[in-house]
Design a protein around this ligand. Structure first.
Ligand code: GLN
Length: 495
């Protein structure tokens, strides 16, 4: 039995061990996290729905099953789920008015796998509407708040799950990363955020935004937790034809092979416009890796800066097509009118917020016959080019590194009036979505800001399908104390 503040600081791996050995009950673990939620969720708005009773029932069931001899890999681990991933029986709104009241009749594959592993789903977390944004300010529920500083955004679009993990309201969070929506908020609140390789994790049950580039990703406070969760949710799924299973083994002894590694520091990510504390954290990472005899050199990805334009074209085009299903007939709330079908359809579509409307219109324009070759086709061809630039870098290096974001968390309201400023927040994350390679945001330091500290992060990027490399390097940084995620109380008090 432990004190509840100790439980919420404990990592998922340890929670699972304690619950499995009956040293602690899943129910007791859950109550500690629920208590944090009831204390802090009004201020932080991490969760948009908390399934208190459902979670209690499930936790008690796990305790009973364990007594009967059932074994689980993640026994009693409380999970926060981004409001774009289907959980059977819990409301799914994608942070939008259009889906209010929708309750999915099935579990996403990741949820089914986590349940089977003994996890407890705590609730649904805040997101920018349909995962479109970098701050959660596009959510119909209002923004989540950064637990380090009340005046700052937590990053987006998976800001709610990031805050839940940083503030000790869940041990693990799930998000989706189409252009950086797991890594950016992870860097803004000081936790780990992984975007797996494209196809590593099933997207079945994830509401599609831009399906050729997005993946479900993980928020965690330790590399052990990240590996455990990744090993549970990843792997081929018959319900998602893009998935596959990689053949490396996560249990391989760590640190045995990294000494011969070569890493490339991406010049285009660490130049002008990057704030000094971010560069200092990157440098600290480089120095630490050198101490482990990892060779580090500068590397060029010549067209990196064009990724943002290509990303927004591809993402908007796919979104305009994916979001056609929210028409009040197939999905979305029906708006009854006396008028004709066109009027009814327009009223339904008017339920979308302004960022979603902007993207549907621009995406439809980019795909229209007169403009297709000028926009979408060009962006698609650019994707092939940037892929080949990454491939040639990975011929010389086992790993690439750079910042996750050029700056720490920005102020609420600072970028809402200028969509381009908001889009620029993703400059360092979108290339990995276009190329499909895995990337992890590692909290590597803090920036002194007016009124306190704000986390900054470094990104570890591996060749396609080599999450094992990322985990090995990140473990070194964790052991060396370069990254040590903390549970934080509002505003910035480390628990
Ligand atoms: N911020 C990016 C966008 O607005 C990324 C979103 C995401 O990864 N879901 O499109």
């Amino acid at each position: 039995m432990r004190h509840s503040s100790e439980i919420v600081r404990t990592d998922a791996t340890t929670i699972a061990k304690m619950v499995s050995s009956q040293e602690t009950q899943a129910r007791e673990v859950l109550e500690a996290f629920l208590e944090r939620i009831s204390r802090y969720n009004d201020a932080l708005r991490a969760f948009v729905y908390v399934d208190t009773e459902g979670a209690r029932t499930r936790a008690s069931e796990i305790d009973r099953e364990i007594k009967r001899g059932t074994t689980y890999r993640m026994a009693g681990v409380p999970i926060a789920v981004k409001d774009v991933i289907s959980v059977k029986g819990l409301p799914l709104t994608c942070g939008s008015k259009i889906l209010r009241g929708y309750v999915p009749p099935y579990d996403a594959t990741v949820i089914a796998r986590l349940r089977k592993a003994g996890c407890v789903i705590v609730g649904m977390t805040n997101t920018d509407e349909f995962a479109m944004g970098s701050s959660t300010e596009n959510s119909a529920y209002g923004p989540s708040i950064n637990p380090w500083m009340q005046s700052r955004v937590p990053g987006g679009s998976s800001g709610g799950s990031a805050v839940a993990v940083a503030a000790g309201m869940a041990a693990i969070g799930l998000g989706s990363d189409t252009g950086g929506s797991v890594r950016l908020p992870a860097s803004f609140v000081g936790v780990y955020g992984l975007k797996p390789s494209y196809g590593a994790v099933s997207r079945f049950g994830l509401v599609a935004f831009s399906n050729s580039i997005e993946q479900i990703g993980i928020f965690a406070r330790s590399i052990g937790d990240l590996k455990l969760t990744y090993s549970v949710i990843s792997g081929a799924d018959p319900l998602d034809g893009t998935t596959l299973t990689f053949d490396w083994n996560l249990t391989t002894e760590e640190g045995t092979k990294v000494n011969a590694f070569r890493a490339g520091k991406v010049i285009e990510m660490s130049g002008e416009g990057v704030e000094p504390p971010v560069l200092e954290a990157l440098d600290r990472t480089v120095q630490t890796l050198k101490r482990y005899s990892i060779q580090i050199e500068n590397v060029n990805i010549p067209h990196l800066e064009n990724c943002l334009a290509a990303y927004y074209l591809i993402a908007m085009s796919e979104a305009s097509s994916n979001l056609a299903r929210f028409d009040g007939v197939r999905y979305g709330n029906r708006v009854k009118t006396e008028g004709n079908w066109n009027e009814e359809y327009s009223r339904v579509r008017a339920l979308f917020g302004s960022e979603v409307k902007r993207r549907v219109i621009l995406g439809a324009h980019a795909l229209s016959s007169g403009f297709f070759s000028m926009y979408y086709d060009k962006a698609a061809r650019f994707r092939t080019l940037i892929k080949s630039e990454f491939e040639s870098a990975f011929r010389n290096y086992d790993l690439l590194i750079g910042p996750t974001s050029p700056s720490p968390a920005f102020r609420l309201g600072e970028r809402t009036l200028d969509p381009v400023q908001m889009y620029l927040s993703d400059v360092d994350t979108v290339p990995m979505n276009l190329t499909g390679v895995p990337a992890l945001s590692v909290p590597t330091g803090f920036a002194n800001a007016e009124g306190g500290l704000l986390p900054v992060a470094t990104q570890l990027i591996a060749p396609y399908g080599r999450e094992d490399t990322i985990f090995s390097i990140a473990s070194l940084l964790e052991k060396a104390g370069v990254s040590a995620p903390k549970v934080v109380n509002p505003w910035g008090n480390i628990l």
